[in-house]
Structure formats: C-alpha cells, structure tokens
Design a protein around this ligand. Structure first.
Ligand code: GSH
Length: 105
C-alpha cells in the first residue's frame, strides 16, 4: 500500500477504473475510499473539494488532486521510472463506460 496516497472513488466510475488500471500497470496499490459506500469519505471529499466528482487522489493530508488524467500523469511521474503514461481512452469508450456505470454494471 502506498502510504501517503488515498484514491476517492465510486462504484461504476469509468474514470476511476482508468486510474486503477494505471496503478496496476505501475505495480502499486492505492487505498481506495468509496464515497458512496462511506458517508465519512463523502463528507471528507465534499469538505475538501466542494463537489462529489471522483476520482480524486489525496496526497498526504492536504493535497487533493482531481481529474483522472492528471492523477495518472502524477502516478507515472512518481512511480513510472521514466515510462510514459498510456494515451487516454477514446471518447466512445469513455461514453460506454459512463453508460455502464449509470446502469450499475
Ligand atoms: N474529467 C473527470 C471526470 C470525472 C467524472 O465525471 N466522474 C463521475 C463518475 S465517473 C462523477 O464523479 N460524477 C458525479 C459528480 O460529478 O457529481 C476525470 O477525468 O476525472
């Protein structure tokens, strides 16, 4: 587990899955905090960011990084040993995953 990092997520979130895939590719394990499953995690996210959008990477105590592509770039810069982050998925794959998430699949 990467000690100073926590990833705020929700079930069925394709952008969260992109970050998970990057973490897997880098061989790191992120503590995940599901904001739908935990009122405490949702409250912490809302207090810090003023919005419920995930994924958000909490770095240490004070830094909250939104946007899946920024999070992936950060993880690659820190753990990638020079590897370049993967290209973002095309829009139609993102759209399909949003539909799957809305259906709860
Ligand atoms: N551009 C953002 C999009 C994130 C996003 O749309 N997340 C959705 C779930 S997949 C969400 O949190 N929706 C609820 C909300 O914004 O209140 C990213 O790439 O991280």
């Amino acid at each position: 587990m990467t000690q100073d990092l926590a990833l705020y997520v929700m079930r069925g979130c394709g952008y969260c899955e992109d970050v998970r895939a990057a973490a897997r590719a880098l061989g790191i394990t992120l503590e995940e905090r599901d904001v739908r499953a935990s009122p405490e995690h949702m409250a912490a996210l809302l207090a810090a960011r003023g919005r419920r959008t995930v994924p958000v990477l909490r770095i240490g105590e004070d830094h909250w990084m939104p946007e899946s592509q920024d999070i992936i770039a950060y993880l690659y810069a820190r753990f990638g040993e020079g590897a370049a982050p993967p290209a973002p998925r095309p829009w139609w794959e993102r759209a399909a995953s949003i539909v799957r998430g809305a259906r709860g699949e």
